[in-house]
Design a protein around this ligand. Structure first.
Ligand code: ADP
Length: 517
């Protein structure tokens, strides 16, 4: 083939190919002779040779673009190289970084940690970096010691933990809020704009008796009534039901009063739903009810004897009334006044006890004389009862509060008369027993069942059996118990329905023959 017949362009191409072949042969020779490190990789385009020189560029590009801070340091901490990410992480110009000490970018407290990392062959620890604008950047630093051309470098990869820390904080706060809500005694529900419950505390599930999560709020509110109408979510949204309203529902057949509190979720007009909290205020309502009942009951009980007193005095003052009749009316007035006094005294004793101000004033008293006095007063109140004092031995003087002893005896004897409507004997007795003196009041009245005996001494307890025929606040026995116990004694009852009751109380004697305090 002569050159004259070959076109110029082809000749040029051939020359180029020859040159490339010569280059390839030279490269191969260099690789085979170990002069150049390279990698021969089979690709779609045939075998390709990757020299380390080429790989270096790839590494550099990769390191510049990786989302981690990468720096190389001298073992003393001088920054020899930093990628752009690290410079950004600590908000410092890249040019200012190179040649600076890494210690300048770590808080003082963390210098020891950093120094240790620079000494280790392979180290890793959390450090707090100090950025150019003075902010703290929590980071994780992994270090590796390397040797290149007899020089020791430290390669450090630095991960910014700011986001992770924030997430951790959020999780912690979220968890804290969650546990606060779970431990709250309130039923808390969060409802989204689509009226679905997206959060409900444990108490909320318990209140409605099932898992309410994911349910339409209206189906849950259905069981709640406000002024006898079912409560609707729309009522809450439209502010028809005020925050702080008490609403009603039922649980296990019992009425439940709930205090409704609510607030919109989200800021201002961007409300994304509503947070509802329901507090069980049933016991508060019951207390309120009890207070109202109590006021009604006391007023009623006080009015009855007062009517007697006022009526009797009016009659006694009428002209033309005989002296005997006047005497009779004044006796009625005195009786009514004593009843009033007794009621008020019992109320006062109870309130003293409840305020922890019940103080007794003991003196040596003759208990038999106190019994006789109470019998004398109460004998006049009933024609059909026969009051007797059964004492078979001489009683020693006892150390007790005289007024309170008479009050205990008065309450017990008055009850014995009240609760034996068909009359009969009321026997008061006193015995010395061991280290105590025991006083008893027995009647032949309606008696008390054993179940009822257990609750007799609680304030305001009146039994069905006795209520119909008699007046009373249900205070006498509870006052007796507090007074006896203030004397370090004990009170109890033995009774049989239909046959009568005996109330006993004992007072301890510390010295022979004397009840002492
Ligand atoms: P009150 O007599 O004002 O109701 P008490 O505290 O003295 O209050 O008595 C409480 C209740 O105990 C009475 O309502 C009555 O039902 C019952 N009770 C008290 N004493 C007797 C008694 N001797 N016999 C039968 N029931 C009694």
């Amino acid at each position: 083939m002569s050159d004259r017949r070959i076109p110029k362009e082809v000749l040029k191409e051939m020359a180029e190919l020859r040159q490339r072949l010569a280059d390839a042969e030279e490269t191969l020779r260099a690789i085979t002779s170990g002069e150049v490190d390279a990698l021969v990789v089979k690709t779609r385009l045939g075998e390709q040779i990757f020299t380390l020189q080429g790989a270096d560029t790839v590494y550099r590009i990769a390191i510049e673009n990786v989302n981690e801070g990468v720096i190389t340091l001298s073992t003393e901490g001088v920054i020899l190289y930093s990628n752009f990410y690290f410079a950004q992480m600590i908000r410092t110009d890249l040019n200012r970084l190179i040649g600076a000490s890494v210690f300048d970018f770590v808080t003082q407290e963390e210098h020891d940690i950093l120094a240790a990392l620079l000494q280790q062959d392979n180290g890793h620890d959390e450090v707090v970096l100090r950025s150019g604008d003075g902010a703290q950047v929590p980071a994780y630093m992994g270090t590796k010691k390397m040797q290149l051309d007899d020089v020791i470098y430290v390669l450090a990869v630095v991960t910014d933990l700011t986001l992770k820390k924030r997430e951790e904080e959020l999780i912690r706060t979220g968890g804290l809020i969650q546990s606060i809500l779970e431990q709250s005694p309130n039923a808390v529900m969060v409802c989204n704009a689509a009226k679905t419950i997206i959060y409900a505390s444990k108490v909320a599930h318990q209140l409605f008796g099932h898992n309410v999560l994911g349910q339409p709020i209206d189906s849950i509110l259905l069981s709640i009534r406000k002024s006898d109408k079912p409560l609707r979510f729309a009522d809450i949204l439209s502010d028809d039901v005020k925050d702080g309203t008490t609403i009603c529902t039922e649980k296990n057949g019992k009425p439940l009063h709930l205090l409704l509190r609510y607030g919109k979720l989200g800021e201002g007009g961007d409300s994304t739903g509503i947070i509802i909290s329901l507090t069980d205020v049933t016991s508060l309502k019951q207390t309120e009810q009890l207070k109202d009942d109590f006021i009604g009951m006391v007023s009623h009980e006080l009015r009855t004897p007062l009517t007697v007193v006022v009526g009797a005095i009016h009659t006694a003052m009428l002209k033309g009334i005989t002296p005997e009749e006047r005497q009779e009316r004044l006796r009625d007035a005195a009786f009514g006044a004593r009843e009033l006094e007794n009621l008020l005294e019992n109320l006062l004793e109870l309130s003293r006890f409840q305020a922890d101000r019940l103080v007794i004033n003991p003196s040596k008293i003759d208990i038999a004389a106190a019994v006789r006095e109470v019998i004398k007063v109460l004998r006049a109140t009933s024609q059909i009862h026969h009051l007797v004092f059964d004492v078979r031995q001489k009683l020693p003087p006892v150390s007790a509060d005289e007024i309170r002893m008479r009050r205990i005896l008065y309450n017990l004897v008055e009850n014995a008369i009240k609760y034996s409507p068909r009359g009969g004997q009321v026997r008061i007795f006193a015995r010395l027993k061991g280290d105590s003196i025991v006083i008893g009041v027995s009647d032949q009245g309606i008696g008390i069942s054993s179940e009822d005996q257990a609750r007799l001494f609680q304030p305001f307890q009146r039994l069905e059996s006795g209520q119909a025929q008699t007046k009373g606040l249900g205070l006498g026995l509870s006052v007796c118990q507090h007074l006896v116990e203030a004397h370090r004694g004990r009170i109890w009852v033995q009774s049989e329905p239909g046959r009568g009751s005996t109330f006993f109380f004992s007072l301890p004697m510390t010295e022979k023959g004397t009840v002492d305090h």
